[in-house]
Write a protein that binds this ligand. Structure first.
Ligand code: ZN
Length: 251
């Protein structure tokens, strides 16, 4: 038996009234647990096992799955579940954690990054917060993009700034050997450096241009796809939302 703080990354139904929850905990990393009766109305586990909820959970260890037997809400993130765009952003960060992190591999830094990113998404700051999350999360996993030398030949990077899907800058001589390539501005390159070097709390004072945000999004999309072996489900949802112009008025 153990108690842990965690964020519900994903849930799926089991039988008639149970749920299997994937929880990212601060002490044990990613844990899968059964929440018995959690889909029944008035069940005490109903609200604490909703996706994105941050709570304190009492778990029993099991052979393949643990059992989530009690929980209390620390932060419900209800405002995220009430808003399609915020929900899409939160689904994306939770899916990233779910696919990149192995079970039972705790990382306090990643836990704090996830929680703070959900707070920023809830506050409507998702656009920049997602880019910061992508870069810092890759850094924490040991996949920090290479910025000072060419990712292909190791040579110096010249004036024009080119970012490859293999995670770093490319020199002029290699630009046709590496595909696809994103041309980014000096401002975006400086932004990447700041995101990697500064703490999250300090980064919230920055207000990057739309151009930088779009360039960074394209680079990170391409880099993360390169690191993954299958497409992310939450991106389909985001793309569906983008097909409806009304979903863009919140920014
Ligand atoms: Zn090169």
């Amino acid at each position: 038996m153990y108690t842990t703080e965690g964020v519900i990354l994903r849930t799926r139904n089991l039988g008639e009234a149970d749920k299997i929850v994937t929880v990212y905990t601060n002490t044990r990393g990613k844990v899968a647990a059964v929440a018995r009766g959690a889909r029944r109305t008035r069940n005490r586990l109903l609200s604490v096992t909703q996706v994105f909820t941050c709570g304190r959970y009492l778990m029993f260890e099991g052979k393949s799955l643990d059992t989530l037997s009690q929980g209390e809400i620390i932060h419900s993130f209800q405002a995220i579940r009430d808003d399609l765009e915020k929900m899409a952003s939160a689904m994306y960060v939770c899916e990233l954690v779910d696919v990149f992190v192995e079970e039972e591999e705790a990382n306090k830094e990643t836990f704090d990054l996830l929680l703070n990113t959900l707070r920023l998404i809830e506050a409507g700051e998702g656009k920049f917060a997602l880019r910061v999350f992508e870069l810092k999360f890759m850094q924490q996993l040991g996949y920090q993009p290479q910025l000072d030398q060419c990712v292909n030949c190791g040579g110096p990077v010249e004036e024009q700034i080119l970012f490859s899907r293999e995670g770093g800058m490319v020199c002029g001589a290699c630009r046709h050997k590496v595909n696809p390539i994103h041309v980014i501005s000096k401002g975006t390159s400086a932004l990447i450096n700041r995101i990697l070097e500064w703490d999250l709390s300090r980064l919230t004072i920055l207000h990057p241009s739309n151009q930088s945000l779009e360039e960074l999004e394209a680079c990170m999309r391409s880099y993360i796809d390169y690191r993954l072996d299958k497409p992310m489900r939450s991106l389909e949802f985001i793309n569906t939302l983008n097909d409806f112009p009304d979903s863009e008025v919140t920014s």
